[in-house]
Design a protein around this ligand. Structure first.
Ligand SMILES: Nc1ncnc2c1ncn2[C@@H]1O[C@H](COP(=O)(O)OP(=O)(O)O)[C@@H](O)[C@H]1O
Ligand SMILES: [Mg+2]
Length: 291
């Protein structure tokens, strides 16, 4: 098969891991989205990589960065319209990238989530009264790697942050702080409806965010049946065949925090020893065999 990874660099761990794994059986290449040109000619989708037409791919693995969501998803949609198999659809990437949209979909599918309000309001007190007490967590809708995730320790600081973000026309949500999670969250990788790997991430003592990019420490972790159930339900709700699901432990059971369409592979592969890249390549192979 001819498989392309849509990624900005072969040097990135996840891209390299997928490339090395796929090369054992397939023709693999990395396409940098910034060098792709898309259009239609005579009602047919056409795609160029630099000067060369691209028309021989069987599958693509999108690794679209958060800063490139608009063009990246446009490119993925183009491959879809060309009949090229993609491990994640453009629509699913878009839905998961917006934290509020993602939250609405998870909640609509009866998946347990923290209490959350969209931040758009003329009166921050209306939102804050729902939580009763501080701290609350304020998150930019498009943030990633823990950037744009703020712990507002008091109601007054929450109010001024909400007012400032609204005045700057920045979109955000306000969420209950799950104190008992104690800086720990659980990352689950789901491929084709099955759990393939899971780990715990423990935040540094001075930060409530457990993202590895923020210095969180990964540890092996076996999921409880309920954690496994909600991770699979979340992947199904967002229609993501390859994803990273984040879960917060709480006194009322596991809560689904968010779902990532381009999960990093380095932390999970090195911590668990699971070859997640191989699971993704096998998923493509199964799909092409059955189509
Ligand atoms: N409501 C919350 N209560 C407690 N901790 C939280 C809450 N929301 C986020 N966190 C912590 O912050 C981290 C980053 O938040 P998240 O919503 O996953 O944003 P990002 O997309 O930037 O990773 C989480 O992994 C978790 O450790
Ligand atoms: Mg996260």
């Amino acid at each position: 098969m001819n498989i392309a990874i849509l990624s900005r660099g072969e040097h990135l761990y996840s891209t390299k891991s997928l490339l090395d794994c796929g090369l054992k059986q397939h023709n693999m290449e990395v396409l940098d989205p910034s060098r792709c040109h898309v259009g239609t000619l005579n009602h047919q989708p056409v795609l160029y990589y630099g000067q060369e037409i691209v028309d021989d791919l069987d599958a693509v693995i999108p690794r679209i960065g958060a800063s490139n969501t608009y063009f990246g998803t446009s490119l993925v949609r183009h491959f879809e319209s060309m009949g090229v198999f993609t491990t994640v659809s453009a629509e699913s990437i878009l839905q998961s990238r917006n934290k509020w949209t993602c939250h609405q979909i998870l909640s609509a599918h009866d998946i347990p989530v923290p209490d959350t309000f969209l931040g758009l309001t003329h009166d921050p007190r209306m939102i804050l009264d729902h939580f009763g007490h501080a701290p609350v967590v304020i998150k930019l809708l498009q943030g990633t790697h823990g950037e744009g995730v703020i712990l507002a320790e008091s109601k007054s600081s929450a109010r001024s942050i909400i007012e400032t973000l609204n005045a700057s026309k920045v979109r955000f949500l306000v969420q209950e702080y799950i104190k008992e999670s104690q800086g720990v969250d659980i990352r689950v990788i789901v491929v084709d409806g099955c759990i393939v790997a899971s780990m715990k991430r423990i935040s540094k003592s001075d930060d409530f965010r457990s993202n590895l990019h923020r210095g969180g420490q990964p540890e092996r972790y076996d999921l409880s049946p309920e954690e496994a159930r909600i991770a699979i339900s979340a992947a199904k709700a967002l229609q993501l065949k390859v994803c990273g699901v984040d879960i917060l432990p709480s006194d009322r059971g596991p809560l689904l925090l968010e779902i990532n369409s381009t999960p990093g592979l380095e932390g999970i592969e090195t911590t668990t020893g699971v070859d997640v890249s191989q699971k993704i390549i096998s998923f493509i192979e199964r799909n092409k065999t059955s189509s």
